[in-house]
Design a binder for this molecule. Structure first.
Ligand SMILES: C[S@@+](CC[C@H](N)C(=O)[O-])C[C@H]1O[C@@H](n2cnc3c(N)ncnc32)[C@H](O)[C@@H]1O
Length: 254
């Protein structure tokens, strides 16, 4: 698959609620074959950590992710993986620093298929390098909001939702739900509003206010709410580490 793979979307199939969340320049990219446009939130807020090639090299380490997630990364990654069976066709919605994608590829095994998406070229290149040994894993240069007409057994959305503004988050949630058949699942692992007395609430709040301006959207509203409480799905939620993190699983009803 080419490194500058284009976004291919069937215009007719674009759902209203998803397309309305896409900024104008991304809409243009969706309508014609083109490399995906970097969304504003990524360019303006996260350029330093996800788009700067020198920092990508520096930050792509397991200990960095563990530190950011208060040593809960392995527990949360295990919680996500527990929703996936070997041999399944799995979508990972964005690259993640550390060994998460490699662990997923190992878990799924050669009978299955892992497709990792990312909107940033530098991330795509980096992830392809990490997954080079796994023939059943591919990395695609695409914005997940443009996903249509594709089907996966499980969609795994690991710490992506908190990075987006509310309208984009709604569009992505709708796009992900549209990618699973009856019996299939969308698994979200992300931040969650902790109890008011949680010892890490204040520091997390300060970090969000400084570095992650959209993350508190997940404190204000449930992930199921962002997905429009879609009743074609059964929703289940578990929280971790005193409520600072959550796993939300949407299983499409038969
Ligand atoms: C999954 S999130 C963060 C995960 C976690 N905090 C970590 O340590 O890596 C970061 C990735 O999401 C990608 N990304 C952001 N918005 C995206 C979108 N709409 N579609 C696909 N990838 C996206 C970024 O390019 C970046 O590589």
């Amino acid at each position: 698959m080419g490194y500058t793979e284009s976004v291919r979307v069937n215009r007719e199939s674009l759902q209203e609620n998803a397309i309305s969340a896409v900024p104008v320049q991304s809409t243009r990219a969706l309508m014609f074959d083109a490399a995906p446009v970097i969304p504003d939130y990524l360019r303006d807020t996260y350029h330093w950590c996800y788009l700067n090639p020198r920092n990508v090299k520096l930050l792509d380490r397991e200990w960095v992710v563990k530190t950011i997630l208060w040593q809960q990364h392995h527990r949360l990654a295990r919680a996500a993986t527990a929703e996936i069976e070997p041999g399944q066709h799995v979508l990972q919605t964005a690259c993640v620093y550390g060994d998460f994608s490699v662990a997923l590829a190992e878990h799924i095994g050669p009978e299955g298929k892992l497709e990792v998406f990312d909107v940033a070229e530098v991330q795509v290149r980096n992830c392809r390098r990490k997954l080079a040994a796994y023939e059943h894993a591919v990395v695609r240069h695409q914005d997940v909001i443009s996903l249509r007409d594709e089907t996966f057994d499980v969609v795994c959305c690991y710490f992506l939702m908190h990075e987006m503004p509310d309208d984009y988050r709604r569009g992505v949630a709708a796009a992900l739900l549209s990618c699973v058949q009856p019996g299939g699942k969308v698994v979200f692992v992300d931040y969650h509003k902790p109890h008011w007395a949680h010892p890490l609430k204040l520091i997390t709040s300060l970090v969000f206010d400084t570095l992650e301006p959209f993350a508190k959207g997940l404190w204000r509203e449930e992930i199921a709410g962002f997905a429009g409480n879609n009743d074609r799905f059964e929703w289940r939620k578990e929280t971790y580490f005193g409520g600072l993190f959550q796993k939300v699983v949407a299983t499409r009803k038969e």
